[in-house]
Design a protein around this ligand. Structure first.
Ligand code: F6R
Length: 616
């Protein structure tokens, strides 16, 4: 969604902020702005992406060693220069950047306006600047002021305010905010005897990717915690004070972040999405070979559960559907897959909670920050579910909210579309299924995951041909992907890639359902992609392909065997039958990527969507 970055230290803040905001553009953007302080607060902001707004307004030339920045992904108020963050208080002494939604902003705005505050934007976020301005007129300490402010705000937020004495204050609630520190030490108290952390520089960001090149030391704020950052008395170092929900100074742990987060360059690839598709040659194997201690913990939780629900959103929900198939096929565990945003309406979830003594929710999420997933977790917690999660970000809110979690170890995924994270989630689900089977005394098949790099490379070797196929079908309006069994989850995933990357209407359909309605749509202009492995689905798939072919559809077969009905074949190598779904999604990712290029869409940053959907 939106991203926030703030800096206080010994360097010029503006260039650091501009660079950090570009790194977080994957979170979504429609406008950009920054504010710095050098004797007074200066703000520049406008509509567009970071490099465009910077080239127009020279954001990075603002002076000052403290500043805040923001990329906005509009929720309240149109995309406009005035609605871009930072927002100033009436007297210009406070600038605020905010991520999330202030749910009671209308009431707050009405009250503040009646007291004489003048609003310049249509956003919910601006109320925070005016509330702070109001609070600063009262004889409160900053600590007390923050406590009072948090009691007033409803909804989800992370925000940072720059005050016109150069101080930064902020807080988080259900939105991420992480404090990075160079050379941190806890070598004393401030003048009031409070616990403080001292550091050379302080970075505050929505994602560690924004500051990982400067430091691997960070403090993760918990929900309801707030902070103040100022220079220490010597002015050589900064001093960070963190307050708990009750406004008391708290002694927070400084966490060491894994340096692999720093690997965020495109390398030789034109786009992050393409780079990440190629990385699957090693990320599948890496995810399968997850650390054994944590895996053991998760297996124990799974085996002890008497009801299991798997949840996720988007691609991670498709991985949940895969989990349902794998658990039942490989280790005879029955579970339900429920899309996270529907969890609250799921009768099953509530029935499980009532009828089971040990219900378990497995939450799958690349980012670990998806609001719908976190909400499902909160509901499940309230119903006594244990929570296990599968994440790519071990320091995420979801991992922290879980009883146990496993990381897919896929490294940062910057392209908005999930690619390597999806196959890594699948690989880990295979491993979990096999380990549960062993634990249950079954004899699970040996899976040859060690050869995954060869198979992925073989599929990637056909990229030029897939690009030609994309060229042939680039002007199509609709694509239908038909499949049976576990492959249907891959059909849904392939359709999602085509929609979000190439803006083509695409649908994943159970092949057997074609004749129950969708066949009416098929004619000589239709493209039907048939996921047709030589397995127990093959015979019935041929029947459905015949039905579509007879209506004149162009058939693209994704298969490990040739068939005369295919107009194009996206070949899958002869791989282990059980592992086949892992590979069949890759040509679909490549097809969507190349269709995006042919249709002049930017595959890394699709319109209207963001990588991390932290609003419900
Ligand atoms: C699709 C895509 C989204 C995400 C969804 C969940 O390519 O990227 O559908 O899969 O927003 O995100 P995570 O996995 O971070 O919870």
């Amino acid at each position: 969604m939106c991203s926030i970055f703030a800096y206080k230290g010994y360097r010029d803040a503006a260039p650091l902020i501009v660079k950090a905001l570009s790194r977080m553009e994957y979170r979504g953007y429609d406008s950009v702005g920054i504010a710095t302080y050098d004797k007074t607060i200066m703000v520049k902001k406008g509509v567009g992406n970071v490099s465009y707004v910077n080239s127009r307004l020279n954001l990075d030339r603002l002076h000052g060693r403290v500043g805040i920045g923001h990329t906005r992904w509009a929720t309240h108020g149109a995309v406009s220069d005035t609605n871009a963050h930072p927002h100033l208080s009436c007297n210009g002494t406070i600038a605020v950047v905010h991520n999330g939604i202030v749910e009671n902003y209308a009431t707050l705005r009405h009250k503040l306006a009646s007291e004489g505050h003048v609003f310049s934007s249509d956003t919910d976020s601006e109320v925070i600047a005016h509330l702070l301005e109001d609070a600063l007129t009262k004889p409160y300490s900053y600590d007390k002021m923050l406590g009072k402010l948090l009691n007033i705000l409803n909804g989800s937020y992370s925000f940072v305010a720059l005050i016109n004495d150069g101080m930064l204050v902020g807080a988080r609630y259900h939105e991420p905010l992480i404090i990075g520190l160079t050379n941190p030490s806890k070598d004393g108290n401030n003048n009031n005897g409070d616990d403080c952390i001292y550091a050379d520089e302080c970075f505050i960001a929505s994602d560690v990717l924004a500051f990982i090149e400067y430091t691997d030391k960070a403090v993760f704020l918990a929900d309801g915690e707030s902070f103040l950052v100022n220079y220490a008395d010597t002015k050589q170092r900064v001093m960070v004070k963190i307050l708990d929900r009750d406004g008391n100074a708290t002694n927070k742990e400084i966490t060491q972040i894994a340096w692999e987060f720093a690997d965020v360059d495109k390398g030789r690839f034109a786009h992050y999405t393409l780079k990440e598709i190629h990385e699957q040659s090693y990320t599948i194997d890496r995810a399968f070979n997850a650390s054994s201690d944590r895996l053991r913990e998760l297996i124990n939780v799974l085996i002890n559960a008497d009801r299991i629900i798997v949840t996720g959103s988007g691609s991670s929900y498709h991985a949940a559907l895969i989990a349902k198939h794998l658990f039942s096929k490989l280790c005879m565990l029955s579970c339900d897959a429920i899309v996270a945003s529907e969890f609250i309406y799921s009768i099953d979830a509530y029935a499980y909670a009532n009828n089971a003594s040990k219900p378990l929710l497995i939450a799958i999420s690349q980012s670990g920050e998806t609001a719908d997933v976190l909400n499902a977790v909160r509901i499940a917690r309230g119903k006594n579910f244990k929570i296990a999660s599968i994440v790519n970000a071990p320091l995420s809110t979801l991992a922290r909210a879980s009883d146990t979690y496993l990381s897919i170890n896929a490294g940062p995924e910057i392209g908005v579309a999930a690619t390597k994270s999806f196959t890594a989630q699948m690989a880990l689900l295979y491993r979990i299924s096999i380990e549960v089977a062993k634990d249950k005394g079954m004899s699970p098949p040996a899976l040859d995951i060690g050869s995954s790099n060869l198979y992925v490379e073989r599929i990637l070797g056909a990229e030029a041909y897939i690009s030609d196929v994309a060229e042939s079908i680039k002007n199509v309006n609709s694509i239908y992907i038909i499949a049976k069994g576990i492959h249907h989850a891959i059909a849904l995933e392939g359709a999602l890639k085509l929609k979000e990357l190439a803006y083509v209407h695409a649908e994943g359909i159970h092949a057997g359902e074609l004749k129950h309605g969708p066949l009416a749509l098929i004619d000589g202009k239709s493209i039907v992609i048939a996921l047709n492995p030589m397995d127990d689905t093959y015979g019935e798939m041929l029947t459905s392909i015949h039905e579509a072919k007879a209506r004149g559809a162009c058939i693209i077969g994704v298969s490990d065997s040739r068939c005369s009905m295919y107009d194009f074949t996206l070949a899958i190598p002869r791989v282990d039958r059980l592992l086949y779904p892992l590979y069949e999604v890759i040509p679909l990712q490549l097809l969507a990527y190349h269709m995006a290029l042919k249709r002049n869409c930017n595959p890394d940053y699709p319109r209207n969507i963001a990588k991390s959907v932290t609003v419900k």
